[in-house]
Design a protein around this ligand. Structure first.
Ligand SMILES: Nc1ncnc2c1ncn2[C@@H]1O[C@H](COP(=O)(O)OP(=O)(O)OP(=O)(O)O)[C@@H](O)[C@H]1O
Ligand SMILES: [Mg+2]
Length: 367
């Protein structure tokens, strides 16, 4: 019978089948506390997962596998501490020291539901316990204030001799919009340097406080302005939103190339308007085709985060300023969006772990 050691426990946990258990990054340091007395084991594990992944199911899976591996144990108690990993990057740390991760939500084509996805993902991450901010950087059509039901303008005040802007808050997230800088009806012709100057200000002059994720709703397209913006923002990763049909996929490929050019990892593809289920008959219609997003992510070798169906409740949520994940949390569609946000959190974590230069001892399998 093998001794019950930290190594042995970690190697047992590596066998757990759960998307939250990333066996490549289960390291000695993951065990924060290990108490073994009279064949009773108490274990505190630190995992890089969103708070809500920490549920009874995961704890049971872990304690069951430990009990199977070490049958002499009378009881196993597992506590999990969720820890969101930060993106360590000199540019980000200088500009946004309190922000752990920055995520661009982009699309090659306009009107594919990028803002809807950005808002719902931000609110979903916050519902899972993360501190989240959202920057509406869409110079062509800032729509986030409307989608979050925010009508007022941000307060501007002096703090430590510096003029700062206080982000507005709703549904547990903080938000600033490029729309606050311009009048509603006056058209603005933005140039690259102007747009990047405004977005820079939103990073340096806004009192964001401590955030786990700062999400950027980007202007659609892959032209000079978009390229300037993705060079200006120190990004942890990007999410590309597409609809299933070929015209949208062509533009999504261009967006992916743009991020590759500036060395920003793509955290994944979200397919929006994936299908429609008729509320009266329950019949499924593939209005914009089928499987395009998944095909694209295979072709480009980036993760597929999930597909969101077309539903009038999603559109209404945007129009009335109450995102569906907040308004109708118990619906299947909210559940779909919550899952996409968890997939995104996992991918961001992987990006950080892969980029981290910290060498931690990985354990060899004990056979
Ligand atoms: N899954 C969905 N089901 C139903 N309606 C949706 C869905 N996704 C987006 N919409 C609606 O489609 C319209 C366009 O969405 P949205 O504004 O989010 O797109 P966008 O890509 O940000 O557009 P733009 O390029 O203009 O910024 C909105 O009216 C929105 O409510
Ligand atoms: Mg938009």
């Amino acid at each position: 019978m093998p001794d019950i050691t930290k190594n042995g426990i970690l190697n047992a946990i590596k066998k757990v089948d759960d998307p939250n258990i990333d066996k490549n990054h289960l390291i000695f340091n993951s065990i924060k506390n290990f108490e073994l007395k009279d064949n009773v084991l108490v274990l505190d594990l630190s995992l890089s997962v969103p708070q809500t992944a920490v549920n009874e199911e995961l704890k049971t899976k872990i304690s069951n596998i430990i009990k199977e591996t070490f049958p002499e144990l009378n009881s196993v108690r597992v506590n999990i501490l969720a820890k969101i990993t930060p993106h360590t990057d000199k540019r980000k740390d200088a500009l946004l020291p309190g922000v752990k991760n920055t995520i661009a939500v982009a699309s090659g084509k306009g009107g594919v539901g990028k803002s809807t996805v950005a808002v719902n993902l931000a609110v979903a991450l916050a519902k899972d316990g993360a501190n989240v901010g959202l920057i509406d950087a869409d110079i062509y059509g800032p729509s986030i204030p409307l989608m979050l039901g925010i009508k007022e303008k941000p307060k501007i005040y002096e703090k430590d001799g510096k003029v700062v802007m206080q982000p507005l808050e709703n549904y547990g997230i903080k938000m600033i919009s490029i729309g606050f800088l311009v009048d509603d009806d006056a058209p603005v012709i933005w140039r690259g340097p102007m747009a990047s100057g405004a977005v820079k200000q939103f990073m340096s002059d806004v009192n964001w406080g401590e955030l786990d994720y700062l999400v950027f709703d980007m202007p659609p397209g892959t032209g000079d302005i978009q390229l300037t913006l993705v060079q200006t923002i120190p990004l942890t990763g990007a999410v590309i939103v597409t609809t299933p049909q070929e015209v949208s996929l062509i533009d999504a490929r261009k967006a992916l190339k743009m991020f590759n050019r500036v060395n920003v990892p793509v955290a994944g593809v979200v397919e929006n308007m994936s299908y429609f289920i008729a509320p009266d008959t329950g019949k499924k219609y593939d209005i914009f085709g089928f499987g395009g997003g998944e095909k694209l992510s295979k072709e480009l070798q980036v993760p597929f985060l999930g597909g969101i169906p077309i539903d009038s409740r999603i559109r209404i949520g945007g129009d009335k300023g109450v995102p569906i994940v907040f308004d109708l949390p118990d619906t299947e569609y909210s559940e779909i969006i919550m899952n996409i946000s968890r997939n995104l959190a996992r991918q961001i974590n992987l990006i950080n772990l892969n980029a981290s230069s910290k060498v931690e001892i990985l354990l060899d399998d004990e056979e």
